[in-house]
Design a protein around this ligand. Sequence first.
Ligand code: UD2
Ligand code: MN
Length: 585
Amino acid sequence: NTNDQQKKREIDHYENNHFIDLKQDEPIKINEDKNELDHFIEHNEPENLNAEKEINLKKDWHDYAQIDQESQRKGPGEQGQGFMLDPKDSNSNLKRTLYSHNGFNALVSDKISLERSLNDIRHPECKKKLYLSKLLKVSVIIPFHDEHLSVLLRSVYSIVKRTPVELLEEIILVDDFSKKEFLGKQLEDYVRENFKNGLVKIIRLGKREGLIRTRMAGARQAKGDIFVFFDSHIECTTNWLPPLIEPIVLNYTTVVCPLIDVINEETFAYTAQDNGARGVFDWDMLYKRIPIPDEHKRDPTEPFESPVMAGGLFAISKKWFFTFDGYDEGLDVWGGEQYELSFKVWQCGGRLVDAPCSRVAHIYRKFNPFGAFGAGDYISRNHKRVAETWMDEYKEYVYKRVPHMRNVDTGNLTKQIAIRQSLNCKSFKWFMENVAPDMANYYPPVPQPPYANGEIRSVDSNLCIDGKFKSQHSNFGLDVCQSSNKNIGGEQKFELTWRKDIRPTSRNVCWDVSRSDPGTPVLLFECHGMRGNQEFKYNPKTLQIFHPVSNQCLDSNKERKEIFMNPCDVKIQSQKWQFEFTNMT
Ligand code: UD2
Ligand code: MN
């Protein structure tokens, strides 16, 4: 109807004209001096040992003037705070439409300065770290498709403002055939007027290529010795670059990822995801994170090895990237390239590390607002290309888990297989045993049976634990057992999985206990598979369900039909539980 059309026109108008008043502090100066160091240091080559000594001088790369200036800033979103729209905006059609176009609260972004300040959440030791005083120049490559303007520009500003000028060769924005009008000529004009001397370049693709070929288009034109790849919705934090590239200057086959923090998709508040974890995958080919072994023994400022990168944010030397011809350009649209690059880097003789003093924040969308432009089941195809090229006999575990992949046509893999052969890359077995030996503890290739499952019956009351299909963050309790009364329509089948968490059989929620005081309720949370709060042990002799982190046992109150945690005591009947099936002894 005409009312709707009118609204749509208003929103189009807004989207096409929503350039924001910028508070730009100073014109950006570009240092034209050529970087004197144009070779990477290669540890194993004796002739380079002197070169290493010469540049083995470290310095403090912090820009204290910038830090000081930022600390003074006040206003919406400043210091990394979240911003709440007022009720009028928050209930507006504009907000809803922008949300549905982007998968995040784009109207909030428009209320926040493009040059907003962030809170410094690095480990305190990072603030004292020195890095090589001679580093190499980077080209930052950002693919984008229909990115929200203020989000894209804030990404660029955060790089420009928080990167030492002598290390920034260029920022290349590669437009994967966006349709939003404001990303066209208006963006070009903006960039020309606000970033001097061609520091920020825009490359346009003539058709939608997907993020992998879009990154490659940027890489082919990039001039820096080191490439930094970013998504188009990020914010770099203080001193992010030196820790990210120093390991590459020391060894050009090392690939480095920052810690990826979170920009809240509703409020744009900046928070930590965690303090680091190793990246792996499960056998459905979903990216996963597992704890760093011996975490407490680690120097919190030093890079640690990670088997698989998240995908979007990393630095790699141009030399190493083109040694294997970059990405497999047969990968379409989105997905799989993080495995392709990670496996290739490790198996062909490089290393992948996360640098915990380099933190870059990313907006995780709530949903994907973009279509696949008729590319079909591109994720299965991409994963199969990677599995066929790099995973050897281990690919069978993936096909067992995702049987329809067997019938997916990968297209031609000749070039990828030739690259693997010509670089004499190691086997996937080597990768699993040497790079990711801890992965099978969390994601074993062959599914493991649960320790115990079925009804969990209280010996004290003869009642059963019932999840009642409750939503996340809710607690639950006891009810009449289904096996005694078929009319109880509850959720009484649970599994004590091999991961040592307890979950209703048909849902991906887990029992979660987050405090250690007596009486703490058990809540349902999304299963994280990382033990911690969600780890339980069943003792088939004492019939106790034990929670190691809080050092308490599951207890119950039959009158109130409640369950909760209490200090363990084998004499207490209300702490005794009988699983319907168990093969534990
Ligand atoms: C993650 C990665 C992402 C990529 C993806 C798997 C992080 C933080 N993000 O998903 O970088 O590795 O996993 O492939 O690690 N884009 C295009 N053309 C397209 C689709 C996307 O240019 O057809 C751009 C998009 O604008 C963005 C980037 O590619 O800058 C990544 O896309 P995403 O943000 O949707 O991926 P994300 O973060 O969900
Ligand atoms: Mn992203």
